[in-house]
Design a protein around this ligand. Sequence first.
Ligand SMILES: Nc1ncnc2c1ncn2[C@@H]1O[C@H](COP(=O)(O)OP(=O)(O)OP(=O)(O)O)[C@@H](O)[C@H]1O
Length: 436
Amino acid sequence: METPMRKRKGTISSCNFGSCLSDGGDKVRRSKKCREERSRTDKFGSRKAGLTSGIVMTAPPSGRSALDSPGRGLKRKLGCIEAATQIGRRKKLEHEYILGTEIGQGRFGSVRLCRSKASGDHFACKTLRKNGEETVHREVEIMQHLSGHPNVVTLKAVFDDSECVHLVMELCSGGRLLDQMVKEGRYSEHRAANLLKDLALVIKYCHDMGVVHRDIKPENILLTMSGKMKLADFGLAVRVASGQRLSGVAGSPAYVAPEVLSGHYSEKVDIWGAGVLLHALLVGTLPFQGNSREDVFEAIKTVELNFHNEVWESVSVLARDLISRMLTRDVSSRMSANEVLGHPWILFYTESPSRVMSINFRAVRKSAAAHRPKLGCSSHRSYEEQEESSGFVDALAAAISKVRISEPKRTRICGPVAQIPQECSSNMKANLCTAF
Ligand SMILES: Nc1ncnc2c1ncn2[C@@H]1O[C@H](COP(=O)(O)OP(=O)(O)OP(=O)(O)O)[C@@H](O)[C@H]1O
């Protein structure tokens, strides 16, 4: 099942840091009414003012969930939702919650702190204007469908009034991953691997549940007070049947997979987005950059990543190998979420040594050799690096036995990125700003 593509236009803004790791703002989903609302908000100093940009294209849902048929009212749709989410049909939001300050501003609504009158617990309330399109309904339905996974922002209640839909969600008071990346700079491999593992787990869960997120990026990854990651913003997510292909351009420019730009795509677009994020975590820059949206798209379609320049020196060969397999344009050889979870780099940093020892390293080595052209295709060192890559896996196996005795050796073996000195992070910001 495929869907037509609709287009709308916006304006390209100059880059500031927040928008560099972020999308540059391109996503599209809601109606003219919402755009007017947004421009009103931006005029009055929205946090995101100046971040929206460019020609925006939208992809309506391809999945035909029972809830997607046009002409059905939201209340009826919400009535289809089972499980624990409370649907406020008669009660008003204000009857049950006290709304507080604004904690986030999205392009399609605002997010405010709120407190339950009954329990005193705090939540986040996202208010979306109704606009006659299916997108609001879809976001509610998909969030409810996915709620319950530890790495998905839980939807607690939905209130529906004449103008808006209010989503009461668990509060992620640790803020956005994007802001943490800006503040803290490049991540150590240990930290990046643990984050990526959680992300891959939640992407796998989405895909197993028949949902493609389509907007994986650090702005949409929120953190709890204790630092646990939660995938948020399912405004571009769609439900798909097994094997179904999607069409229509949707996403955020810097994170968009090449096949999205050329037509038909699948759930693998989420792996590409996660690969872009991993690149940014480990190197501090986006892999595909440009001075305009078109330049970025061109880079996404054509640029060969060079894993041998100096920014990669402190990054292990295994981490580079994983990124290259997530950012391969050949969709059939791009890893699935499950394969990402089984990659030796993830296992090494996130699993117990005994689990890692059970991996068949010979098989992994064979598979690495089969992918020889992948890593460093633009460098004369590529062959040597590949040898190093496969050899590294064996060395890893041998080293892990020592890890059992002495945990710190683990970090030395993989050559994690050292803590970035403060002065470097400002350079990193400058680099990031060349993207969008
Ligand atoms: N559950 C939450 N807890 C804390 N803050 C949140 C929560 N949900 C959203 N926010 C804040 O509100 C912002 C906007 O939320 P969200 O991305 O869901 O809205 P949106 O309208 O879809 O935005 P976008 O323009 O990025 O598409 C987030 O970036 C985050 O800062």
